[in-house]
Unconditional design. Sequence first.
Length: 109
Amino acid sequence: MKAKAIIPREQANRDVDEAAAYYLCEAGEAVAMGFVDALEKAYGQIGRNPGTGSPRYAHELNLPGLRAWPLTRYPHLVFYVEHPDHIDVWRVLHGKQDIPTWTQEYDGV
């Protein structure tokens, strides 16, 4: 089965840029590159098996179809919605962030 295209929203790209910049500044290039590698692996997993992400936040936030997938070795979650022809990545957030806050911006999927 062919993997679905991953299409991050502008805010998801900003989240990634901010996290990578933080790791680069605080922990160095190797850690920042490790974050990018972990994100690429997560995107690959989501593209091949979109249904494996946790629907926990979909229930908590009343956003049908929203799933979250954790990065390996980094405390971030990829929030996404599966569509017939692609994966819509909404955000890439640190697991300790206030997840419900950003969802107020969206009226639905």
